[in-house]
Design a protein around this ligand. Structure first.
Ligand code: C2E
Ligand code: CA
Ligand code: CA
Length: 787
């Protein structure tokens, strides 16, 4: 924009309206000339010829024919006339002679004036013509004749039809008629074909020519080529509009820096009116934010490169300091002399604010407003550089909340988000100002501690963090107990790059999870190998789940009195091509940890239901099959829906299965789990409480749980019959079951002595190697009753 503007002197901008006015003046002048020089003398001539000439006739004579040469009037003197008569004749003859001379003089003068008019209008570059009321040319100047491509004498007496294509001629004719009927000057933009075939645009003014008594003689047209001048005018108009309406402030100064003009945007931005600014120098706006050297560099750059642009802080009239983007360029005249400086500026305070906001957003987590991974990476990199220079230690702590996913799954993301915000605040409160607490996403946080004395200082900080999370986080009378597993890596001992420090802190964090969660571990090199193995195994398990290559085996459950088969427990089995057979004690906790337990559990549920259907289709009547369900599955809001769908799809009746849940899984977050258990019972599915005795075994909870069977954990059966403690526990559990009307099943029964002891104590059902190991479905065919 500035370039374009620099070629324009805004002081000399004039509009198209002015231009049309000029054309209007021309037509008025020519019309006056026509009337004076062509019409009136001929009217006068006609008046002299006839005592009552009609003005129309006079005008018609004037334009339709070339002026009639003066006629020779011959008069004879007949014989026999009296002297008086002769004297009268002589007086008459003299009178007539005088009249003739006057007429001849008048005609001569009209001729001369007409020639003058023709010379004048021929000298014009505008197209000038006069047409009579039938649109026939009666006068045409050289420029117009050139457009038509004929000499004027070939054109006079003809109309547009003879020279222009039909449509154009029609358009001209219609315009002529409009002017004649309206009786006023009208402006047209016409596209006119030149004799060589090319077209040009003309602005034409057409005016009716009338006699003083109002008689319309024809019309006078003056046309001016638009193209060149119009373009220039359009640019000037545009520049003027830009100047007035631009969002950018514009200052035009003299070479000595004195302000000559400012636009409305200047006033809007700076607060100074044009009157206040004109005559001052731009120092009016100086903010003291820049040194003299800064302004000097600006002028140097202008002198050297002919332009300066950059950010500058100025002061508004209100005193407020604001940033603007300023572009200064010189304006030179045709001789190359500097005549003005043009300064165009934009107030960028809003842009600066949003730029800062954008930058903040790009570097911070939107939920907690903690630094995100990008900013954390930068900060760790800077910390490493500083620590390497100052020979200091840096600690990176990787923190993962324990079982956070369960909160999300059970209470929804909104609650999960609130808990995360609280955790973020607590973390922030227990570190120093110079430390960074970042959120990587999900429930993963990283604390970066710079400049620490030793590893113990990092351990203490980790302990402080764990302690800060102990008080429950409350929401709507609901309290959440949040724990975290923390892994710590140290620079330079555990790595000298951002990646290495983060990776090793993550590895140590996983170790903390393995060690029972809610604790902090420092990284050590052997953890890396463990992590590598874990990642490999996780990938293999993910694949086994998605390819459904996991199997389900079945272990019998029997009635201790009759020895009769009363049920099966479905147990998951995994044999991987690379890792061989992996025991559930390894892969189930792994799946619990990374969330894969949910799809794994659904697969076991589906395969177990399908197996029941297959047995039944093959004519057997299998007993009820107990299927293990993890607490993470149970807490999912969609669990009952998934269960229903699987039963329906596998055509399995609810009473054919039993759901096994562990006591500890329920107690972790009891309310939603208990609600789901009731839902399961309402569907007509039996429930058993697994590993009973290993958790809190809270009687108050037990009373609220809608369970059918208690499974005494294998660890209490082990010591039977000899171990008095085990005996006492088993007896207590049996008594509890009896009083609550719940069936009790002993797990892990391996020998006849255990069977005898259990029978003696009144235990009715059992499961264990003594009665049968977990095995493929086919293995049990012999024990199944037939339909
Ligand atoms: P659990 O639910 O307590 O399953 C019983 C475990 O005891 C099974 O181990 C079974 O093989 C073992 N067992 C049965 N009788 C005896 C015995 O007489 N002596 C000994 N020493 N062990 C016996 P398994 O199959 O290795 O499963 C281990 C655990 O893995 C299960 O314990 C269960 O918590 C979990 N698990 C297995 N399959 C699934 C599943 O599909 N879903 C879920 N969520 N967990 C499963
Ligand atoms: Ca079980
Ligand atoms: Ca068990």
């Amino acid at each position: 924009m500035s370039n374009r503007l620099s070629t324009i002197d805004p002081m000399r901008i004039h509009s198209g309206k002015q231009r049309t006015q000029e054309l209007g003046d021309t037509i008025r002048r020519v019309a006056r000339l026509c009337t004076l020089v062509v019409v009136l003398p001929l009217y006068a001539e006609a008046a002299a010829q006839s005592p009552t000439p009609s003005p129309q006739a006079a005008a018609t004579t004037a334009f339709n024919t070339a002026p009639t040469p003066p006629q020779d009037h011959q008069h004879g003197f007949g014989p026999g006339l009296s002297a008086a008569t002769i004297a009268l004749f002589a007086a008459l003859a003299f009178g007539l002679h005088c009249i003739n001379r006057k007429r001849a003089r008048a005609l001569k003068s009209a001729e001369e004036q007409r020639a003058l008019l023709e010379a004048l209008i021929d000298a014009s570059d505008d197209l000038i013509f006069f047409k009579d009321r039938d649109s026939r040319f009666r006068l045409i100047n050289r420029a117009a004749a050139q457009v038509i491509g004929r000499p004027p004498e070939d054109i006079l007496g003809h109309n547009d039809d003879d020279f222009f294509p039909g449509e154009e001629a029609c358009a001209f004719h219609a315009a002529d008629q409009r002017v004649l009927s309206c009786g006023s000057t009208q402006r047209f933009e016409e596209r006119v074909r030149h004799s060589d075939g090319h077209y040009e645009r003309y602005e034409t003014l057409k005016s009716p020519v009338t006699l003083p008594d109002g008689t319309v003689l024809g019309l006078l047209g003056v046309g001016r080529r638009l193209t060149q001048e119009r373009r220039a005018n359009d640019r000037l108009r545009l520049a003027a509009q830009f100047f007035d309406n631009a969002a950018e402030g514009i200052t035009i100064t003299r070479p000595d820096g004195v302000i000559e003009m400012v636009n409305p945007a200047f006033t809007r931005i700076t607060g100074y009116s044009a009157e206040e600014a004109v005559g001052q120098t731009p120092k009016l706006l100086h903010s003291d934010r820049h040194s003299e050297a800064f302004y000097q560099r600006m002028w140097d750059s202008l002198a050297q490169y002919g332009r300066w642009q950059g950010e500058i802080w100025n002061r508004r009239k209100s005193g407020e300091i604001y940033p603007e983007w300023l572009d200064i360029s010189p304006v030179r005249n045709e001789e190359g002399q500097l005549i003005h400086y043009l300064g165009i500026f934009t107030d960028i305070s809003a842009a600066k604010t949003s730029e800062a906001q954008l930058e903040h957003m790009a570097q911070h987590d939107s939920l907690t407003d903690l630094p995100n991974r990008n900013l954390l990476n930068d900060r760790i990199a800077t910390a490493i550089r500083r620590a390497s220079r100052d020979k200091r230690t840096v600690a990176v702590m990787f923190l993962d909340l324990d079982h956070f996913k369960d909160i999300n799954d059970s209470y929804g993301h909104e609650t999960g988000d609130l808990v995360l915000k609280h955790v973020a605040m607590r973390l922030h409160e227990c570190v120093r100002d110079e430390d960074t607490v970042a959120r990587l996403g999900g429930d993963e946080f990283v604390v970066l501690m710079e400049d620490i004395e030793d590893a113990e200082q990092a351990d203490q900080a980790a302990e402080r963090i764990l302690a800060s999370l102990i008080p429950p986080i409350g929401r709507n009378e609901q309290e959440f107990f949040i724990g975290a597993s923390i892994g710590v890596s140290l620079y330079p001992r555990d790595g000298d790059s951002v990646e290495a420090l983060l990776r090793n802190a993550d590895t140590a964090m996983y170790q903390a999870k393995q060690l029972g969660r809610n604790n902090a571990q420092r990284y050590c090199a052997t953890q890396t190998e463990t992590t590598r193995q874990r990642v490999k195994l996780e990938n293999a398990l993910r694949h086994a789940i998605s390819s459904e290559t996991l199997n389900v085996w079945f272990q019998p459950q029997v009635d201790l009195q009759s020895g009769e088969l009363i049920g099966f427990e479905a147990l998951c089995r995994w044999t991987d091509p690379d890792h061989g057979t992996i025991p559930p004690d390894i892969f189930i906790p792994l799946a619990e940890n990374n969330g894969m337990i949910v799809p794994l559990g659904e697969l076991v549920l589906r395969k177990s239901c399908a197996q029941i259907r297959h047995w039944r289709e093959a004519g057997f009547v299998p007993p009820r099959v107990a299927i293990n369900v993890s607490g993470r599955q149970l807490r999912r809001l969609d669990f009952l829906g998934v269960l229903c769908t699987i039963l329906e799809q596998e055509q399995c009746r609810p009473e054919w299965i039993e759901i096994e849940v562990t006591e500890s899984d329920i107690l972790k977050d009891a309310e939603p789990a208990i609600a789901t258990l009731h839902g399961i019972r309402e569907m007509g599915i039996a429930l058993s409480l697994d590993d009973f005795g290993t958790g809190f075994s809270s009687l108050s909870y037990l009373k609220r749980l809608p369970i059918n069977t208690l499974k005494i954990d294998r660890s209490f059966i082990d010591g039977l019959p000899g171990d008095a403690n085990d005996r006492a526990i088993v007896q207590a559990i049996l008594a509890m079951g009896r009083s609550l009307g719940i069936q009790v099943l002993a797990e892990g029964v391996e020998n006849p002595a255990q069977v005898a002891a259990l029978r003696l104590m009144g235990c009715s059902t059992a499961q264990g190697y003594h009665f049968g190991r977990p095995a493929l479905a086919e293995t049990h065919l012999g024990r199944l009753a037939c339909a």
